[in-house]
Ligand binder design. Structure first.
Ligand SMILES: Nc1ncnc2c1ncn2[C@@H]1O[C@H](COP(=O)(O)OP(=O)(O)OP(=O)(O)O)[C@@H](O)[C@H]1O
Ligand SMILES: [Mg+2]
Length: 361
């Protein structure tokens, strides 16, 4: 048994300059990334962005083309998967269909040569953890998808991994079940604080589960941060579009000083300013980000004429699609404190401090 701290937090996971290329395909460009002990980090990105590649480098199913992987202080770059003490959960469960639930969970302990009594004790504990106490004797085919996924989770947890890796584990479940298992995963993580790297392309899932999210695109980690950081201070228009709802208006940078960027926004017919970000330069293509909750209907100050094209009531909130004179569409969200008919002529303004000029990508 490891020390109390190691048990409750697992070990940190660190990539330094880790890359993977296949011929001319750069599946993962040189990446530095540190997952803290006990942290739940999600890799979020579109298909082909390198999520599975990064996870497989941690698991030891792939060796990096360059760079290193550390678990705790140990350089595991050339250590095979079975000597890393990582737990892996796959999208398709990868359970042994002809074994019982208990034997599936016991497998990793048996190959490690643990005594029978200890195997039985730990299997029972792992099944209790995922709330499948009475299912040990069942055949895998007699379980629902959600139950099978929990067996896969128990099998990964039973070895008390230093790092738990999950690659789209809920991908095969329907939406409702996915929500339930998501909350279970969160509860399990809060109880055990095992270092976890989780892959998904579902932003909502990432925000529900994670301490931090790493957004990936084209084999790169574009930005890493908490949900609030990614939402409030996205590094570029891609991240802004991937996290939450957004209006991203074409813009052109006209001036950059030490602290402030200024951009021309044709749809608004004016120049705006916001904090300067890396990648913003005079003449460079940019986007103006306005979150739907930062648009205001019929404000006292300056505003543009717009027509209400669509009205969707979301309980206490209402979502409006507005069309400006030049055809630009804006999404606005506000409290549903008054009836707004489709086709209404309105004025739309914005909170100037909430505007963000972002590099295109
Ligand atoms: N064995 C391989 N040979 C060649 N190219 C590969 C191989 N494995 C992955 N790639 C390429 O590397 C890139 C990253 O793949 P990866 O599987 O990491 O993406 P992903 O983010 O997990 O995508 P998805 O969401 O579809 O699972 C892709 O362009 C993919 O085509
Ligand atoms: Mg993948």
């Amino acid at each position: 048994m490891s020390s109390a701290q190691t048990q409750s937090l697992g070990l940190g996971l660190r990539f330094t300059g880790a890359s993977k290329t296949y011929g001319t395909v750069e599946a993962l460009r040189p990446t530095d990334l540190a997952v803290n002990p006990g942290e739940f980090l999600t890799l979020l990105g579109p298909s082909g962005s390198g999520k599975t590649t990064l996870l497989n480098l941690a698991a030891g199913y792939l060796e990096p083309t360059s760079g290193s992987v550390f678990i705790g202080e140990r350089d595991v770059t050339r250590v095979p998967a079975r000597r890393r003490n990582v737990g892996m959960v796959f999208q398709n469960y990868a359970l042994f269909p002809h074994m019982t639930v208990a034997n599936n969970v016991a497998y990793g302990l048996k190959v490690r040569g643990l005594p029978k009594a200890e195997v039985e004790r730990r299997v029972a504990a792992a099944l209790a953890l995922v709330q499948l106490d009475d299912f040990g004797g069942r055949a895998i085919q007699q379980l629902s998808g959600g139950q099978q996924q929990r067996v896969a989770l128990a099998r990964a947890l039973v070895i008390e991994p230093d790092v738990l890796l999950m690659d789209e584990p809920l991908g095969a479940l329907d939406r409702q079940l996915r929500k339930i298992v998501q909350l279970e995963l969160r509860r399990l993580h809060e109880a055990h604080r095992r270092t976890t790297v989780y892959v998904t392309h579902d932003q909502e899932e990432a925000l529900v589960l994670s301490d931090r999210v790493a957004v990936m695109r084209n084999g790169r980690v574009v930005q890493i941060g908490t949900a609030a950081e990614l939402y409030g201070r996205p590094a570029d228009a891609f991240v802004a579009g991937f996290i939450g709802e957004s209006n991203l208006l074409p813009a052109k940078v006209t001036a950059v000083t030490s602290g402030t960027a200024e951009a021309e926004v044709p749809a608004l017919g004016r120049r705006v300013t916001s904090d300067v970000l890396p990648g913003l330069a005079v003449g460079a293509p940019a986007r103006l980000l306005i979150r739907p909750e930062h648009l205001q209907l019929d404000p006292a100050g300056e505003a543009l004429e717009a027509t209400v094209e669509e009205v969707v009531y979301l309980g206490e909130l209402v979502a409006l699609t507005l069309v400006l004179a030049d055809g630009t569409r804006l999404w606005l969200r506000r409290f549903a404190d008054r009836e707004i008919p489709r086709g209404a002529r309105v004025r739309v303004g914005w909170l100037p401090d909430a505007l963000r000029i972002l590099p295109e990508q």
